[in-house]
Write a protein that binds this ligand. Structure first.
Ligand code: COA
Length: 164
């Protein structure tokens, strides 16, 4: 089953539409329940049927006194530059701060990844600082810059409201 997490207001009506769906039960079984929220991103344009556009996962979800989760994402390069990742991240953040009642969203980005830095800049995440050798990527331990958003930072329009 494919359960929608959210849908951008521009979806349908002839304009492009961005949707985020929770992955089905097979994907859920591969991960500890409640600790990870894997999603697929679909995109539709000009009334055509949606196509698979990428993935977004909220992982490392911790409840109790922490109530945080970390986002990772990618978008098909053939569809890059359409604002798909910022929209997907905004929808996922609103799901975290809404139904999941989490408090802190974190995104760790390699300093040279300018495209991903633009994604968090567009949503107004705060730069928290550099974590040295934070993750093993492409054969080496890489520094990452951590960006955060807290539930109380978000107004009534939600994180999606931060996109024009
Ligand atoms: C980072 C990534 C998710 C951005 O997704 P996206 O849907 O293209 O995001 P945006 O549309 O907001 O584009 C972000 C920036 O990418 C750049 N870009 C890259 N390819 C582009 C293209 N073909 N056309 C236009 N802009 C492009 C632009 O500089 C853009 O910034 P701008 O809107 O200020 O011009 C995507 O590039 C990706 O999947 N990269 C590889 C995986 C990755 O780095 N994941 C994040 C790990 S932290």
């Amino acid at each position: 089953m494919d359960r929608p997490l959210g849908r951008h207001p521009s979806a349908g009506g002839g304009r492009g539409g961005r949707h985020v769906h929770r992955d089905g039960p097979q994907a859920s079984r591969r991960r500890a329940p409640g600790r990870s929220l894997p999603s697929t991103i679909t995109w539709s344009e000009g009334g055509r049927r949606p196509v698979f556009a990428g993935q977004l996962t909220i992982s490392g979800i911790v409840y109790g006194a922490a109530r945080w989760g970390a986002a990772g994402y990618w978008v098909d390069q053939a569809l890059a530059g359409r604002g798909i990742a910022p929209t997907a991240l905004a929808l996922a953040a609103d799901h975290m701060f809404g139904p999941l009642r989490l408090h802190r969203l974190e995104v760790a980005i390699r300093p040279e990844n300018r495209n991903s830095l633009r994604v968090v800049e567009k949503l107004g995440l705060r730069r928290e600082g550099l974590r040295e050798a934070y993750m093993h990527v492409d054969g080496a331990w890489r520094d990452h810059v951590v960006y955060v958003l807290h539930a109380e930072d978000v107004g009534p329009a939600g994180v999606i409201g931060r996109l024009s």
